[in-house]
Design a protein around this ligand. Structure first.
Ligand SMILES: Nc1ncnc2c1ncn2[C@@H]1O[C@H](COP(=O)(O)OP(=O)(O)O)[C@@H](O)[C@H]1O
Ligand SMILES: Cc1ncc(COP(=O)(O)O)c(C=O)c1O
Length: 310
């Protein structure tokens, strides 16, 4: 049976963020992907220059209307990421609610892209829309630590830099709606040292007697000293794919997700460093994710990042 995803994310002419980062890997894994481009930019906004167009809420409605008139508005998943506009995001919520009425099993995977390391990179008025409307309809939520703290109105990372407190943060997010929460990057220090990036995951489980519990895991990945863009989008897409195959096994889904990320990042940094030359830091263009497989890939052994059940 085909599995169809509606992915509402950015499009870039050059590079790999948003739909460019999510669609191809999902297709490789056998998913049908219908994409709506929330923006069409020349490149991601981390370059010195970027140009392009932003889709309005009305234009989004027109596209959805066309899909609906042809009675092909039946989806198994909705995936959303980078959005700058409040009314656009509110329209996404309306569409998700309608699609959920048509398919009560539909799973909404939401990456609430707002910022990182204490600063917002989308307009601040988007925050209340995520907090009050979007999180409630999301089934899987993939914030980084900063975004999770913003949704919960926590002021800064100082209060929540311990694993046990971040576990509470994930529980609070569960209470707002999502059955699965993955903090894709945190300020936690790995027992293996500061060369590792720590991510946490939590999945709500219903026991046979109807009571609920959560399974929590920790993932540690070797940290690469570079800023990648599009990795959050790839993470959310891969989590969608691997939770589809392992719906009740958070550890397996996250291990596969993070292994893909690790593989792509390793391939990207190897290429970027080669392009930049000895001792030079790669440019944003050189750091574009290497998505297309090449024969060289066989030089990299299969990478498996293991998650720890907490
Ligand atoms: N510098 C890095 N080194 C290693 N892994 C990284 C790095 N940056 C991102 N990742 C990978 O990408 C995932 C998503 O991280 P990130 O891009 O920070 O998400 P977001 O965009 O949601 O903040 C991480 O869980 C990790 O697997
Ligand atoms: C156009 C666009 N889309 C998406 C993203 C999100 O990228 P990431 O997956 O790293 O969160 C960015 C980040 O700058 C962007 O500029």
């Amino acid at each position: 049976m085909e599995c169809r995803v509606l992915s509402v994310q950015s499009h870039v002419v050059r590079g790999y963020v948003g739909n460019k980062s999510a669609t191809f890997p999902l297709q490789v894994l056998g998913f049908e992907v219908d994409s709506i481009n929330s923006v069409q930019f020349s490149n991601h906004t981390g370059y010195a220059h970027w140009k392009g167009q932003v889709l309005t809420a009305d234009e989004l409605n027109v596209l959805y209307e066309g899909i609906k008139l042809n009675n092909v508005n039946h989806y198994d998943y909705v995936l959303t990421g980078y959005t700058r506009d409040t009314s656009f995001l509110e329209t996404v919520v309306d569409i998700v609610q309608e699609l959920k009425r048509l398919n009560p099993k539909l799973v909404y995977v939401c990456d609430p892209v707002m910022g990182d390391q204490g600063s917002m990179y989308v307009p601040e008025n988007i925050l209340p829309v995520y907090r009050d409307k979007v999180v409630a309809v999301a089934d899987i939520l993939t914030p980084n630590q900063f975004e999770a703290e913003m949704v919960l109105i926590l002021t800064d990372g100082e209060d929540v830099d311990e694993g046990s407190l971040l576990a509470q943060v994930m529980d609070l997010l569960h209470q707002m709606g999502p059955d699965m929460v993955v903090l894709t990057s945190t300020d936690l220090i790995s027992p293996h040292g500061d060369q590792f990036l720590v991510a946490l995951g939590s999945q709500k489980m219903v026991r046979a007697d109807g009571t609920t519990s959560t399974q929590k895991i920790r993932m540690e990945m070797p940290k690469v000293d570079a800023v990648f863009v599009g990795t959050g989008d790839l993470f959310a897409a891969m989590l969608l794919a691997w939770t589809h195959h392992h719906p009740k096994d958070l550890k397996a889904a996250c291990e596969k997700t993070v292994s893909v990320l690790h593989h792509v990042i390793k391939r990207t940094i190897t290429y970027a460093n080669k392009m930049a030359g000895p001792g030079k830091r790669p440019s944003p263009a050189q750091l574009e994710l290497r998505m297309v497989q090449s024969k060289k890939d066989i030089e990299y052994p299969a990478i498996v990042v293991e998650a720890i059940v907490l």
